[in-house]
Design a protein around this ligand. Sequence first.
Ligand code: F0G
Length: 453
Amino acid sequence: MKTIIEPFKIKVVEPIRMTTREHREQVLREAGFNIFNIRAEDVLIDLLTDSGTGAMSSEQWAGIMRGDESYAGAVSFHRFYDRLRALTGFTHILPTHQGRASERILFELVGGPNLIVPNNNHFDTTRANVEHSGAEAVDLVIAEGRKPTTRHPFKGNLDISRLERLFADVGPQRIPLVMLTVTNNSGGGQPVSLENIKAVRKVCDRYRKPFFLDACRFAENAWFIKQREPGQRDRSVADIVREMFDLADGATISAKKDGLVNIGGVLMMRDEQLAWRARNLLILTEGFPTYGGLAGRDLEAMAQGFEEVIHEDYLQYRVRSVEYLGERLLAGGVQIVEPPGGHAVYIDAGAFCPHIPPAGFPGQALVCALYRHAGIRAVEIGSLMFGEKGRHPDMELVRLAVPRRVYTQSHVDYVIEAILEVFAQRRTLKPLEIVEAPPQLRHFTARLREVGT
Ligand code: F0G
């Protein structure tokens, strides 16, 4: 059979409240043309993020009832620990409330002034935690990873020669560890090859430096390795996942992505001494090491989620549905970051609205148009997000992040139709200007208006 179906049936439904264009127009104005200010009930299809927005399975909900809420040594912790130990092989496994809590603990321990942390591309919170420690975050993704139209099977790869040069230029004493984000969210959700992970490992071995994965989307990355990397097709995803983690000394994970849960995170490592210090920090701000700021029921849901996410029928459906969205947009003439990523499609808003300069926020104009036209909530990753102090990023993007197991193919078809209709009227999209904004992270709270209305 050619048709790939959603590998699940729907047991519980959450109604979508239909809205009219007039209503959405009013909502958009009241929100100051900022979709972060819109109530979820006014959104038809929410593609703001794939983080914490997935649907849990009946087994995960059953786990929620089984959750053991003991303060120390809960049964649920041991289920969580055993599952992650089998999946990753790490010995020290700390639960946290979400990914950035793991990052905060890690960089409080290894970061500090005058240090440099390389990565393919740091996600915003990783960068912020590196910088909060006083260190500098450096992005070393390969050149292909920075161009929307360049096709490469592993556009998330780290440029090994640039990593070598960094070690040679600044000296190994200033580099506390090397990180690799799989898949590379800030670079378009693009995967990293096993070969590249091995090459990073080699450099770290040469300089005796720890190597950590930011492994939020490890299962999607492993699926891409199985599909695209020579010699990997006959291996199981579980086997590839294990090899990815075996090559690293530790990992941070936001379980809100490939943990298939609404809240939770993990910090893992092999080093006994580092783990002892991490556990002490965990107790200080998150909680006792057998619950880490979560309820026992959350640990149960994670244990089950980390099992379900490596099922290959799930991964095939997951990655294919995102790819389908990307392919149909490209076929309709809409430029996206190619090829589509694992969890999201990124539209090149600069190409979509050539009549709007970066200073007029073409990405935000498109985000507003999608909401107004069809009630779709996407997010701008361009001059509004990164253009503080008059700087403009390399690309003006709009991200359509797909929640896991939430939307069906007809929802995806609706999104495609809406985007192509907006594309047909793209000349009518108006530039925006900022009315008020805070000095930092302005995209969350800024208020804007359309110019010429
Ligand atoms: N690392 C990556 C690669 C991420 O994508 C995220 C979150 C985090 C770390 C932080 O995890 O949110 O649990 O604290 N990404 C979400 C997104 C927010 O929309 O891409 P967190």
